[in-house]
Design a protein around this ligand. Structure first.
Ligand code: KIV
Ligand code: ZN
Length: 388
């Protein structure tokens, strides 16, 4: 089995569909080009049958993107698949992604069909999509709540019909890592033709487990992860691309897996998505939050100044951030104040460290965070005191 995990980004489909205001075609293209620079293997650009606007933006992305496979979503219906084929045909490389729900809840309450009917529709959809391309992905929607015997049957049938990637979504973010990893393991143990397709996972974050569940699946042999930048998506969102990529990169020692992601593009791409989607990123968000490479405790600041890896498991540069940030607070020590003043261009001859540190602590106790301009003001007032 390969040690390469494909990154399938669905920011423009599962992410975009959950936004309060939709993106313009130009904004979608900007994001698609950022994803291409980031090294995403597959960009799910939209759902072409859903609207003329979506069709046009998928077509535009298919025309402009050269180094990633461009993908469109379709239900297991001929008209949806035809719309995908038409929108994507201008692409250098494209994939048709077709899906149908497989859990009892969805089959009985939403689709109101028999399990046999669903298998038949899935097989027909995959075969129809193969008329356009030999890169066809099939998803068992709500796989996380699908009976394992039926899931095995669906996966086997989809692969036999020509699906080259079979996706196992935890559509409602219901499973736990051990449980979801177990589902993937069962598929590898029980589906006879499983080695003829790549097994993919697509986890939602309703219980905050999307990334953990994706990782558990990868540990059991899944080799494609579907995710979005900043984890945007339906309800609580999808697995966050930046977290998946940095887990695989940072813990390559343990997992032995790689991706094509150029991690130094992460910060820039994340900011672009946040701005265009009007979705602020929480400051303590892993990898891309404004606090992700900040240190506040004096002990941590001192450690980081001596050796960055004392409190940083990855460098800020590795995700495209210039440098870490030491927050100046009442927990900061003299060492950090001296370091910051040196960065600001002062030498020890310019100030009395003890006096500045005392004034700094008084200000920090009142104010919380002390900024560079505060520090410079303290220096100015101290100098004035001495000059008079
Ligand atoms: O969450 C889901 O099941 C999906 C499918 C369409 C893949 O988004
Ligand atoms: Zn989804």
């Amino acid at each position: 089995m390969t040690n390469q995990v494909k990154i399938f980004d669905t920011t423009l489909r599962d992410g975009e569909q959950a936004l309060p205001a939709s993106l313009s075609a130009k904004e979608k293209l900007q994001i698609a080009l950022a994803l291409e620079r980031l090294g995403v293997d597959v960009i799910e650009a939209g759902f072409p049958v859903s609207s003329p606007g979506d069709f046009k933006s998928v077509e535009m992305i298919a025309r402009e993107v050269k180094n990633s496979t461009v993908c469109g979503l379709s239900r297991a219906l001929p008209a949806d698949i035809d719309a995908c084929g038409q929108a994507l045909k201008v692409a250098e490389q494209f994939r048709i992604h077709t899906f149908i729900a497989t859990s009892d809840i969805h089959v009985n309450s939403k689709l109101k069909k028999s399990q046999d009917d669903i298998v038949e529709m899935a097989v027909a959809a995959v075969k129809h999509a193969r008329n356009y391309t030999n890169d066809v992905e099939f998803s068992c929607e709500d796989a996380g709540r699908t009976h394992i015997d039926y899931l095995c049957r669906m996966v086997e049938a989809a692969i036999a019909a020509g699906a080259t990637t079979v996706n196992i979504p935890d559509t409602v973010g219901y499973t736990t890592p051990t449980e979801f990893g177990g589902i993937i393991k069962s598929l590898f143990d029980r589906v006879p033709n499983i080695d003829q397709a790549i097994i993919s996972v697509h986890c939602h974050n309703d219980l905050g487990l999307a990334v953990a569940n994706s990782l558990a699946a990868v540990e059991q042999g899944a080799r494609q992860v579907e995710c979005t930048l900043n984890g945007i998506g339906e309800r609580a969102g999808n697995a966050a691309l930046e977290e998946i990529a940095m887990i695989l990169q940072t813990r390559k020692d343990m997992l032995g897996l790689t991706t094509n992601i150029n991690s130094s593009e992460i910060s820039r791409s994340s900011k672009l998505v946040s701005q265009l989607c009007n979705m602020p990123i929480q400051s303590n968000k892993a990898i891309v939050g404004s606090n992700a490479f900040s240190h506040s405790s004096g002990i941590h600041q001192d450690g980081v100044l001596k050796s960055q890896n004392t409190y940083e498991i990855m460098t800020p540069e590795s995700v495209g951030i210039n440098k870490n940030n030491l927050n100046l607070t009442s927990r900061s020590g003299r060492h950090v104040i001296k370091h910051r003043l040196t960065e600001l261009g002062y030498t020890s001859a310019d100030y009395d460290l003890e006096a500045i540190y005392e004034a700094f602590l008084q200000l920090a106790d009142k104010k919380g965070q002390v900024y560079d301009y505060d520090l410079e003001a303290l220096l100015f007032f101290d100098k004035q005191k001495h000059d008079h």
